[in-house]
Each structure stands twice: as C-alpha cells, then as structure tokens.
Design a protein around this ligand. Sequence first.
Ligand code: FES
Ligand code: FES
Length: 182
Amino acid sequence: MHPLQDVQKPGVEGTKTIQVRVNGQIYKREVPIRMLLVDFLREELGLTGTHVGCSVEGRCGACTIVLNGNNVKSCLLLAVQADGADILTVEGLGEPDNLHPIQEGFWEKHGLQCGYCTPGMMMSVYNLLKVNPHPSVAEIREALVGNICRCTGYEHIIEAVQYAADRIAAMPKEERDKLFSY
Ligand code: FES
Ligand code: FES
C-alpha cells in the first residue's frame, strides 16, 4: 500500500497554492492537493531528471532529491507538503559545461549504464559528501542503501563517489562550500 493512499484516494479533492524554491528559482503554483511531489517536479516544473522507477512506492530511490538539506524520496511526499521548501534536483547540481564533481565522477568512472537510477544516486551522494568528505567504501554503500541500480553492480558507482571525494578534497575551501550550498 502506498504510504499516501489515504490522502490519494478519490474524494480527497481541491487545490492549494504552494511556493517552493527549486534549484535557486522560486515557483508559485496552484496544485491538486493529491499531487505527489515527484509529479509536481516532473509535470508542473518540467524537471524530468528526477525519475520514477518503482511505481512510486519508495523502494527504488530514483526519485531522491534534497529537500531542506535532507534526502527525501519525492514519490513519498505530496507537493503541498513541500510548501515553503528549498529543493535541489539533479538539474541544479551542475551545468553541461561545468559538471559538479559528483557528475564528473559518474562520467569518468562509468558509474552508469542505462542511467535511470543515476539522478537519485547523485542526490544521495551529494548529501553523503556534504557531511562526510572522505567516506569509506562501507559508508558509501550505506549511504546508497535506498538507491537501487539494476545495471552496474554498484562497483563503478563506488569508484565514482571516491573520484568525486578526491576531486572535492583537492579544491580550496570556498569552492568546496559553493558545491554544497543546499
Ligand atoms: S519512484 Fe520513488 S522510490 Fe521509486
Ligand atoms: S544504471 Fe541502470 S539502473 Fe542504474
């Protein structure tokens, strides 16, 4: 049973105006009160980098984002519950010509195959490296326990995180701080 089944059942109707800051930009929208946050991001804001991989049951982690500094699975929240929140999605991580070291790590170390899990993985890695700049392999595995990958066997993902950690550690402090402002 989906954790939000009671709220989502027919009969619970209506809309509510919410305001969120996503990737540094403010959005104010009227949304159905039953709309999931992941659907709001993808359909209302067009931020389709946040994926849906498990019929929105909280099991795969493809929909992981950063919300008010914490990793959340955006299929387990309603958009209205995010009212007032500060959100980072994969689109806010870096630019095509200026990748975040986490993105660079996945690129350099072949941390993806189909790429379906990758945005969620990277958002979990973001919060890991924010608080633990030098994670052990065991700590990386633990941080990614909620993110399922059906392609890679995880070894290249571990290497991608280690690559990113090394790149970030070599940067001046001001640059490092800018990478983790959420
Ligand atoms: S789509 Fe959210 S955990 Fe799978
Ligand atoms: S790269 Fe395909 S699911 Fe992870």
